[in-house]
Design a protein around this ligand. Structure first.
Ligand code: URP
Ligand code: ZN
Ligand code: ZN
Length: 458
């Protein structure tokens, strides 16, 4: 039998181990896994790892936010994803209240379709939970939107939800099997600390860290968990940044609360001393980057299974946009690029440094995101019948990260100057090569919207 394409000679990786095998593709799916498979086109993977394409469930491309629009659009953002070995992304359709959530989903699809290089799903951001929003849920699930995000902050953006809304939304979405993702920061505390900083005349970048100490996250995380528990809901904490939050999560999961969480490379690798640099505003994101002790606990909680997902919260603002801060930390456009560097950083800093093994990496960036976001087993695994989303990864290729080597539409990387060992070589999305030998060969519009099922029950 001659298949359309065969990836030959590599080591195929899953969470349970690594096997020397060829992977055959017919049309858009994986057709066979075995030895000596024949294909019309052969991709040589000798000496390389063959991984399921990574899934990054947290991106904000072309997002109007903080008085500007994030600099990676659906083309440059998904091009960066492809170059970083990410074959599926999820973005957010944030409701513009009082309009229906579905209007935001339709608008976001119109922005993304035709531009995306890799496959994508959409979460819905809920900004005014009420009876009308609850009534929309069945249609949203039907449209493949099964996961939601609510914000405990961002009052000025008009996105903030109160505890009643959060409780009610947790209860109603769980009835359909969905989950509420939550941006957990305590707005009242942050407002208080910002007022106190103002009284002291503090406006520099480090004030961002000073006004968002760990309690501003940990209190919100434990409140959201308690609301979830009482509502019999399903909760997913996005961009968890502190060690204490991860410990609170661990306790809650041990007593059976249906709560899950992600952290991001910036919280594992960057510390808040960076705010003191001249370009400190480039690192401004919410929640803020933290301390080395937080990083240590987060790595440990990734390894022990407490934190189930690594994602990026990509929300790119270039140096010109970041310059809008003009010396006042409150005016920093909050967010940073990241989708392109997530997998190599996790491989180099996680696997190569012995913080977790390769199987755990596959759980964190492929299998758990596919399961928790309703894409399993279509995505996140190299299995017969799954989409042929595949990454040939060179475990020995060494790169010192710098913006000029990256495809993201940004003139800096928060990880500039970091040397990593292990870098993506060739990426396939549903059988089509979108990056070959580190050259982008993808096409705008090849990516498809993924109608997601409700998350797999744990
Ligand atoms: O600062 C951040 N994280 N910007 C993106 C929006 C969000 O809160 O995820
Ligand atoms: Zn957020
Ligand atoms: Zn985000």
């Amino acid at each position: 039998m001659r298949y359309d394409k065969v990836i030959k000679g590599g080591r195929v990786v899953s969470s349970t181990g690594t096997t020397r095998a060829d992977v055959a593709i017919t049309q858009e799916r994986i057709a066979a896994i075995g030895l000596d498979l024949e294909g019309a086109e052969v991709i040589d993977a000798t000496g390389k790892l063959v991984l399921p394409g990574a899934i990054d469930v947290h991106n904000h491309f072309q997002l109007p936010f903080c008085g500007t629009v994030s600099a990676d659009d659906f083309f440059t953002g998904t091009r960066a994803a492809a170059m970083g070995g990410v074959t599926t992304i999820c973005d957010f359709a944030i409701q513009s209240k009082p309009n229906p959530i579905m209007a935001a989903v339709e608008a976001r699809r119109a922005e993304a379709d035709g531009k995306v290089v890799v496959d994508y799903g959409l979460h819905a951001g809920i900004t005014d939970w009420n009876k009308d929003r609850a009534a929309e849920l069945p249609a949203l699930f039907e449209a493949g939107v099964t996961t939601f995000k609510m914000f405990m902050i961002y009052r000025s953006e008009g996105w903030q939800s109160n505890d009643g809304a959060l409780y009610s939304a947790l209860r109603e979405t769980a009835k359909l099997g969905g989950h509420i993702g939550v941006h957990a920061e305590n707005d009242d505390l942050i407002t208080l600390f910002q007022k106190e900083a103002e009284e002291q005349g503090l406006t520099g970048c480090y004030t961002h860290a000073l006004t968002r100490p760990t309690v501003t996250e940990t209190e919100a995380v434990s409140r959201a968990i308690q609301l979830c528990e009482a509502a019999c809901g399903r909760l997913y904490v996005v961009h968890m940044s502190t060690g204490r939050s991860a410990d609170i999560l661990k306790e809650a999961r041990a007593r059976g609360v249906d709560v899950h969480a992600e952290t991001c490379p910036q919280y594992l690798l960057l510390d808040d001393e960076l705010f003191k640099r001249e370009d400190g505003h480039h690192f401004g994101t919410c929640p803020p980057i933290r301390k080395p002790a937080d990083q240590e606990t987060l790595w440990a909680r990734l390894a022990d299974g407490t934190l189930e997902v690594l994602a990026t919260d990509t929300c790119t603002f270039n140096s010109q946009q970041k310059a809008m801060w003009q010396g006042d930390y409150r005016k920093i456009p909050f967010g940073m690029p990241g989708v392109e560097t997530m997998l190599p950083l996790a491989y180099s800093e996680g696997v190569r440094r012995g913080r977790f093994d390769l199987g755990r990496l596959i759980e964190l960036v492929c299998e758990a995101p596919a399961k928790l976001f309703g894409m399993w087993p279509r995505k996140g695994t190299i299995s017969v019948g799954s989409d042929a989303d595949i990454l040939v990864f060179d475990p020995d290729h060494q790169i010192t990260i710098s913006a000029d080597k990256l495809a993201t539409n940004c003139d800096y990387s928060p990880f500039d100057g970091m040397t990593v060992i292990g870098w993506p070589l060739t990426t396939l999305v549903r059988g089509k090569v979108v990056m070959r030998d580190r050259q982008f060969v993808g096409e705008a519009g090849w990516g498809r919207y993924i109608k997601r099922d409700p998350p797999v029950q744990h």
